[in-house]
Ligand binder design. Sequence first.
Ligand code: UD1
Ligand code: MG
Length: 450
Amino acid sequence: MKITPVLLAAGQGTRMKSKLPKMLHKICGQPMVFYALDAARAVSTETPVVVVGHGAEAVQDAVGEAARFVIQEEQFGTGHAVMQAESLLSGGQTDLVLVTYGDMPLLRAETVQKLVAAQKANPGPMSLLTVIAEDPRGFGRIFRKADGTVAAIVEEAQADSSQLAIKELNVGAYCFRSEWLWAALKRIPLSPKGEYYLTDTVALAIEANLPVQAIVMDDMIETIGVNSRVHLAEAEAAMRQRINIGHMLNGVTMIQPETIYIEAGVKIGCDTILWPNTYLHGKTSIGEDCVLGPNSIIRNTKIGDRCKVLMSDLESAVLENDVDMGPFARLRKGAHLGNHVHMGNFGEVKDSHLSEGVKMGHFSYIGNAEIGANTNIGAGTITCNYDGEKKHPTTIGEDVFIGSDTMLVAPLTIGARSRTGAGAVVTKNVPEDTLVVGVPARAIKKLDKK
Ligand code: UD1
Ligand code: MG
């Protein structure tokens, strides 16, 4: 049976008070519409159809190939929005149409799956999700007949006081028999607000004596819809907790998990320990047995096994295994630290490769450099890589000892096993096994090979 997801994402989101379309506001690092798309994809291999309107181009750009798009030029309600998909899906293109709203990011794939399964078993034309809750949040109310079967959805604006008291709410996820849906949409009456409500399809089915199946959910959290920035914060908090619980169940230890922020899609290996105020953003992956934080921000970075990162800021970097860094270290784009590198306090590395066993204990800047294995970078060392116009490279060999406060004026090469004296300003290439000192530095001695 062919099931095609249709995602409604054309609304303006007026209450967000934002220049950005509501669908692109991020929850745990990901535009909210992506969560609804993920859930849709989990239940169907058909490419989802996204109905876009406000900010259509921006939404299309963000979603890209992952969906087909139809445009709802003017927003005349959720029923009108679904009608826009008719040309793509009628005439036997699909058996079932699964409609969800793009502003409901916490709805789980498992729940959507239950909805689809219910409709597959339903002799009638549609099934929907409902939830029983004390706080109605402006949701439509589920009106049932005396025998307990669903009779209609009454929108809050149209409900009388007895209907307003109903605790069973319309979540906003439906599964329809395709051909019935297209015919029914044409018969929806215009609401007093001038909109065509998708929810009026329920009454149409009931009038025709066709059963509507309601699946009552028990987790209110899944139904959080985002209409304002207050809801956005609520949804973000719930999603953050869900992500953290997922990692803990996979073997990650978190000290004070409520202070730890991990974006969707981050990977963390078993027995890694996260201390408070650790932030893992974007395409970050962490290996096993690491200790991260407290107070670290790690973005788009790949970290191997057994690494330690204490109070540090890492961006677009790679750490191999057994790297130990911080407190107060900073890695910028293109920093690559090999196995067993040690980087202590107040160091900054950008576009540089530190080979296995390099030690850089204190107050250094390394940019556009290649550093050989087991070299020691003394306190206060700086690669002077920028001449005001261009960046220049520095290459340092293996087993080099760079003395404290050395200025390495690039472009520059320092041969293996050489040493620089404290405070040297090195402006010329240094051969292997050579000691240079002074300002500007000059060779004073050939060293015995180790
Ligand atoms: C809707 C339901 C309500 C349900 C609630 C759950 C209707 C008529 N009412 O109300 O029963 O309890 O969701 O959150 O469906 N959209 C379009 N085009 C439009 C209008 C809306 O694409 O012309 C999209 C919006 O972008 C949004 C979704 O449809 O993603 C829901 O629209 P919204 O206006 O938020 O409906 P609610 O008033 O929340
Ligand atoms: Mg809404």
